[in-house]
Write a protein that binds this ligand. Structure first.
Ligand code: ZN
Ligand code: ZN
Length: 248
């Protein structure tokens, strides 16, 4: 028996795993609470939220303002994992992942991200499967926020996702500190974000012609992932697929 195995066993006895939702002694999430999580079986257009092929934008006109759904967006596809509701188990899972970083939650998320990605990822380039031209990039966090939080959880997810799928990880973006998006109204969010996310100088030429899987935990209006995608497309990234846990 290895030392590590023994240490893990002792830790399990000293600190038995409890469900983060109902506190039952079982696992980080008991079977019952786990079954309340709803994994998304089909994706929607990121703009009008109509059911769509693989989370791509509708091709027909969007009737509300006569614009095409894809018109103001720079990414090509949005793949989500879970249905999100503020009171659900998922929210507790994400909060625990962000502030306590439980390894088992990380593994659970990575498995779901992998499943959804292999089910829904769509590339118009048939030769491009899991190869050199696909890179995994996290939504960046400003230095100031990083100092407060200690970790960028989107980066942790992206690193582990890339490792699991044997893809290249690249922390290609950086952002300036702006007011917290969550506190702002939709229109103010867009203004607040303008010219706040950039490609790091050292990756500008590396990104040419690449396909980027952009990882975030929760997307809301998509304004942050859109600003990231704008910076990536300006560095000649061919395709951006946003992969997130849920849409809040
Ligand atoms: Zn439970
Ligand atoms: Zn649409």
């Amino acid at each position: 028996m290895s030392t590590l195995y023994c240490v893990c066993m002792i830790l399990d006895i000293l600190f038995p795993k409890r469900c983060i939702n109902c506190e039952r002694f079982e696992d980080f999430l008991c079977c019952e609470c786990k079954s309340s999580l709803k994994v998304i079986g089909f994706q929607r257009c990121p703009n009008c939220k109509k059911k769509s092929f693989c989370g791509k934008f509708c091709v027909e006109k969007f009737s509300m303002n006569g614009r095409l759904c894809a018109e103001t967006f720079y990414f090509d596809q949005l793949i989500l994992c879970f249905l999100y509701d503020k009171d659900t188990v998922l929210r507790k899972l994400i909060v625990n992942f962000k502030y306590k970083f439980l390894r088992s939650i990380n593994e659970f998320f990575i498995n779901i991200l992998e499943n959804q990605f292999s089910k829904f990822f769509y590339s118009d380039c048939l030769l491009e499967t899991y190869d050199e031209s696909i890179i995994v990039v996290p939504v960046p966090m400003s230095k100031e926020k990083l100092r407060l939080r200690g970790d960028n959880h989107a980066k942790i997810l992206a690193q582990n996702f890339a490792k699991k799928l044997n893809l290249k990880f690249c922390d290609a973006l950086w952002r300036t500190h702006r007011e917290d998006q969550a506190k702002l109204k939709r229109t103010d969010r867009l203004i607040n974000l303008q010219n706040s996310i950039f490609v790091k100088k050292e990756y500008e030429s590396f990104l040419f012609g690449k396909t980027v899987i952009l990882i975030d935990d929760i997307v809301t209006t998509c304004s942050t992932v859109n600003e990231c995608s704008k910076a990536l497309k300006n560095s000649n990234v061919r395709l951006v697929c946003v992969l997130a846990l849920a849409r809040g």
